[in-house]
Design a protein around this ligand. Structure first.
Ligand SMILES: [Mg+2]
Length: 377
């Protein structure tokens, strides 16, 4: 089997003026991303996502990888990650290169799964897994004056039993938002907060202590992703687990997060971290330091599918059945047709669980009409 066609497909969707979504750093309206489609000589088609802007990711796939991919056996998938660090030398850790590798890697795993008739999570060594627990990513900062409790109420009505909310825009606002979310979710639900790296360590510490009474499951990116000394400082002073990883790329950056438990939870994004091959290495490193792995997902449905398969493959080490800890999977509740419209059978988080596709590969079918509707080239 060999790859005969490589396509990078940029997708874009923009929210209307005044409807931008935000985190503590500001508002955004662009939900663009890039899909990769690989085809083999036996007619198999594999999909992956580079969670990076179309023009950059497309150029990277086409100029750095496409020629060498033609004729490659998808079973040689791990050679992609190896090549990304050695050829193009000096560009290996670059976010766009890692995003391109992520897409190509996931597309190869999709094809391998189809070839052997197994879902990807089984190929990665996971046990049989039918469903995961989704958490609603919600309570974004908005440009409109929508009541802050409305989105978390909607998530509860949909059946979510866990949620992550945006904070990080000041102490008073943090406490108000966390208190509101906790009241609506109920006291047993997992509630996570995301500061999006908007604080200096002393500000994050002050906020973490102020919201401690609301029993937060993890605090995400309390300080900027580059500020590893800030993470180490906070971990010594905060009892709540700290999570990071959505802005880190490749095994070498994740090693820094994992070593000496700089954070308690790493969050590789399957469209940026280097793909399933790299994520598997990251999960292996994390297990040696007793660091948990919970994938970050703000992608299209293809990136979501890769993350679902990856999460379904993860070991629960060191937990036994006596210490239940659900494999929480992020499910963005903001408007994004690239997530909701791109598959023939979209993922459905209602009812508080999400089905893990059991069909071969990623187990997804792309809706070709939707693909054409949102492609931006
Ligand atoms: Mg985040």
């Amino acid at each position: 089997m060999e790859i005969t066609d490589v396509q990078a497909i940029p997708l874009a969707h923009s929210l209307p003026d005044g409807q931008g979504l935000g985190d503590a750093r500001g508002f955004g309206t662009d939900r663009g991303t890039t899909l990769v489609r690989l085809e083999t000589d036996d007619g198999a088609v594999g999909w992956g996502e580079a969670f990076a802007p179309g023009p950059m990711a497309t150029a990277t796939v086409e100029t750095m990888f496409a020629d060498d991919l033609i004729g490659m056996d998808p079973f040689e998938v791990e050679s992609l990650a190896e090549r990304s660090y050695t050829d193009p030398y000096h560009f290996g850790g670059d976010v766009v290169v890692q995003s391109a590798v992520s897409a190509l890697d996931v597309a190869c795993w999709d094809i391998i799964g189809q070839h052997v008739g197994r879902p990807v999570h089984r190929l990665l060594g996971g046990t049989h897994c039918e469903e995961l627990t989704p958490y609603a990513s919600t309570m974004y900062f908005t440009e409109s004056d929508r009541p802050i409790e409305q989105p978390i109420r909607e998530a509860v009505e949909e059946g979510f039993t866990a949620a992550k909310i945006k904070i990080g825009a000041g102490l008073e606002s943090d406490v108000e938002r966390v208190r509101t979310a906790r009241e609506i979710l109920g006291e047993d639900a997992d509630l996570m907060v995301d500061m999006n790296g908007n604080y200096r360590p002393h500000q994050a510490l002050e906020s973490a202590r102020a919201i401690e009474e609301f029993d937060v499951t993890w605090i995400e990116e309390p300080v900027p992703p580059e500020n590893l000394s800030g993470y180490r400082e906070l971990r010594k002073k905060i009892d709540t687990p700290i999570a990071a990883g959505e802005a880190h790329y490749g095994r070498f950056e994740f090693k820094e997060l994992i070593d000496d438990r700089t954070v308690d939870i790493v969050q590789p994004n399957l469209g940026r971290c280097g793909g399933l091959s790299e994520a598997r290495l990251i999960a292996g490193m994390a297990s040696t330091e007793n660091v948990a792995v919970r994938p970050h997902i703000w992608n299209s449905a293809v990136g979501l599918a890769a993350a679902v398969q990856f999460a379904a493959s993860l070991s629960s080490y060191p937990h036994t059945r006596n210490v239940p800890e659900p494999m929480l999977i992020e499910f963005d509740r903001s408007e994004n047709p690239l997530r909701s419209d791109l598959l023939e059978s979209p993922f459905d988080p209602s009812g508080g669980s999400i089905d893990v596709p059991q069909e071969p590969g990623l187990g997804i079918e792309i809706d070709q009409d939707a693909l054409e509707r949102y492609r931006s080239d």
